[in-house]
Write a protein that binds this ligand. Structure first.
Ligand SMILES: [Zn+2]
Length: 681
């Protein structure tokens, strides 16, 4: 019988109480800013549903997070403060003609009243949320028929465009009635950032945002950036106008906007912008009320703290002395030129400090882990609420900066080729006198509040023997106390998700959100073929395959070559192909999305195969699937089994043995497919 979520230990209570004495809780300016201009919201709890009645976004678990609600002992008071600010929801007036709907999803939707209609900035993650946000505006502003004239996507992350089809009819975009403006590279990055490593990122994002934790004082309370992520329909409409130069100025529905390009910092394609006729600056997601991630813990390429700092310096230089209102696409705005300049300069200094001090110390020979342990922000920066580590943290951002410049290896050859945890853990546990001795030591560490050490010991026992329930329970209790003390929403969620998985195993509801058709259609063929390359079971792909692909609707031609287990391509056909596939892009999309089987595409003549059909089928069968529910806090069963075998040999890639290819269920699919294939194709 596994343990259940526990109370805060005396050490956690002390640690959280100490936070109250170290941070300026009497500075409540953020609460004034977050409530300024409040117009209204719907009766609590806010609940947004899809057409089937399923809830895609709700603030019901957070109704107790009122402004004056006392901090539970199981929550870091600084995170509790941020959580209460992020719960404030509804329609807010930012300044004359500028409105925001907040907490109707993870991000803000900003609404600007133009000459004839509305300009929307960032239509949230889900269509349902975006539609309701616009409905709230129309109701409370009593403008039921006001039309959307333009949409701006500030950057390529899904919480800034996914709900667009909830507020815009794509037909209006095609007919040029609605303009869609985005930074250069938007479309490519919007769909590519999560494509290649998407399965693993989705799995780790469950740890980062904690959607399957029970919300509440012992569970999920906030992500630092917002409450969480909605789970409705995600869509995309390609921009009709892209901006690529700083200083480019356009007029949308009578509103002049001057752009400042910021690619490669918070997102690979991003801009912020200035409204010269209003003295208003939209900081996009470059400056919000948190230290942001140099590396997001769900997994992504490391970002560039130096560039980030330089962009903020540039924004300060360009607009800092002529801005009276700053708003961003998360959190609440700031008012007053001096407060805004101070905000931008202190966020600039924070990222620069992270970058430069990490470099200074690594040049003395400190490793990433060592720098993260000692680097502290100057008090003048660290005590500003907007620089606290609610989303990124000093600790993991320092490691990210180290990684950006130096990579994963710390230079010590004793750590160049370590045994994997599944193997070394057993050796450690044996050396330490067996699991019960390690458990005893871990228990003593837990009782002294040494949770980081207890976690390290217990991780060894669990990876040595994942059936050891006592070890898993104590590790769960340990991670939980670490979560209760965390100031960062993602750290709290990671710890509590780890605890939950140790107690209950991997539990993912079957209706978890998946890839959306419009997102898929926005991918280029290069991206699709690259992602197929990343699914190819290399060890089994021994035969050379050359395929020509022709897409009759788009006029594109590709030659794909499987050679030595690797997939390459060129964007034209090649002579001597084993097989030629002729189809349309829309059929191809339907097949890849699983809406149409390839066999049905062939029988209905939506796809034609000529040449050696067997080679083509072999290629399809060589495509592997990811595992959307892989274990994180326990060893992968196949790796563990290999090490536990009598030879204690390293595991093999499951796609590597001859027997696997013959027995792979794909082979029976192949035989079935061949038997059922219509003649003459
Ligand atoms: Zn965002």
């Amino acid at each position: 019988m596994s343990t259940k979520p526990q109370d805060a230990s005396p050490y956690t209570i002390d640690a959280n109480a100490a936070v109250l004495n170290t941070l300026p809780f009497d500075d409540t300016a953020d609460f004034e800013d977050a409530s300024r201009g409040y117009i209204g919201t719907w009766d609590p709890p806010l609940q947004i549903t899809n057409e089937k009645g399923k809830t895609v976004w709700t603030l019901a678990p957070y109704v107790d997070q009122t402004r004056d609600a006392p901090c539970p002992p199981t929550v870091n008071p600084s995170l509790w403060r941020q959580a209460r600010l992020n719960t404030m929801n509804g329609l807010f007036k930012v300044t004359e003609g500028f409105y925001q709907v907040r907490a109707f999803d993870m991000s803000n939707m900003t609404i600007i009243e133009g000459a004839e209609g509305l300009i929307l900035i960032d239509p949230l993650i889900s269509c349902e949320c975006a539609a309701d946000a616009l409905r709230l505006y129309r109701e409370l502003r009593k403008r039921p028929d006001v039309k959307v004239k333009a949409v701006i996507y500030t950057h390529s992350h899904v919480d800034h465009f996914g709900g667009v089809c909830g507020v815009v009819d794509p037909e209006d975009v095609r007919a040029k009635r609605i303009e869609i403006v985005a930074p250069a590279g938007f479309l490519e990055h919007a769909v590519s950032e999560n494509v290649y490593a998407g399965v693993a990122m989705i799995r780790r994002a469950q740890y980062m945002y904690g959607p399957y934790l029970v919300a509440g004082p012992r569970g999920q309370i906030d992500s630092g950036l917002a409450k969480g992520q909605s789970v409705g329909r995600i869509s995309i409409i390609a921009p009709t106008k892209t901006i690529s130069q700083t200083g480019d100025t356009i007029e949308l529905d009578g509103v002049r906007i001057e752009f400042h390009m910021t690619p490669g910092a918070e997102a690979p394609a991003e801009f912020d912008f200035y409204f010269p006729d209003h003295r208003v600056f939209c900081a996009a997601e470059n400056a919000t009320h948190t230290m942001h991630n140099i590396q997001t813990l769900r997994g992504a390429r490391v970002r560039d703290a130096l560039e980030w700092s330089k962009y903020l310096n540039e924004a300060l230089d360009l607009f800092g002395d002529k801005t009276d209102v700053l708003f961003a696409q998360h959190h609440w705005p700031r008012w007053g030129q001096e407060r805004i300049a101070s905000f931008l300069s202190k966020q600039r200094d924070m990222y620069r400090y992270l970058n430069d001090q990490t470099l200074r110390m690594l040049n003395k020979g400190y490793t990433g882990i060592e720098i993260a342990e000692v680097l502290e922000m100057p008090q003048s920066i660290a005590r500003e609420w907007f620089n606290r580590g609610y989303y990124g943290t000093v600790n993991h951002n320092v490691k990210a900066v180290y990684d950006r410049y130096m990579g994963w290896f710390d230079g010590n050859p004793a750590r160049l080729h370590p045994l994997p945890p599944e193997r070394s853990s057993s050796k450690y546990v044996e050396l330490m006198g067996g699991a019960s001795k390690v458990l005893k030591a871990a228990g003593a560490a837990f009782d002294k509040g040494e949770y980081r050490w207890a976690a390290e010991l217990l991780d060894k026992v669990v990876f040595h023997d994942p059936t050891n329930t006592k070890a898993k329970d104590l590790l769960a209790n340990t991670l939980e106390q670490l979560g209760y003390q965390a100031e960062a929403g993602p750290w709290r969620n990671f710890y509590l998700m780890g605890a939950q998985e140790l107690r209950d195993g991997v539990t993912i509801p079957s209706d978890a959100p998946s890839t959306d058709a419009s997102m898929f259609s926005a991918m280029t063929l290069d991206m699709i073929f690259d992602s197929l390359g990343a699914r190819l079971m290399g060890p089994q792909a021994r035969e050379h395959i050359l395929m020509n692909w022709s897409f009759t609707d788009t006029g594109q031609h590709y030659a794909l070559e499987v050679s030595n287990g690797a997939l390459s391509y060129v964007a034209h056909v090649r002579a001597g192909a084993d097989v030629t596939v002729t189809t349309t892009r829309s059929t191809f999309d339907a097949v890849l999305l699983g809406q149409l089987s390839f066999r049905d595409a062939v029988t209905t003549q939506k796809a034609r195969l000529e040449g050696n059909v067997g080679k083509f089928l072999e290629f399809l069968l060589l495509l592997d699937d990811g595992d959307p529910a892989f274990p994180i806090v326990t060893p992968r069963p196949d790796i563990e089994a290999a090490w536990k075998g009598k030879d204690r040999k390293p595991p093999k890639d499951p796609a590597s043995s001859e027997a696997d290819l013959v027995e792979h269920e794909g082979m029976s699919r192949l035989r079935r497919f061949l038997a059922e294939l219509p003649k003459g194709c």
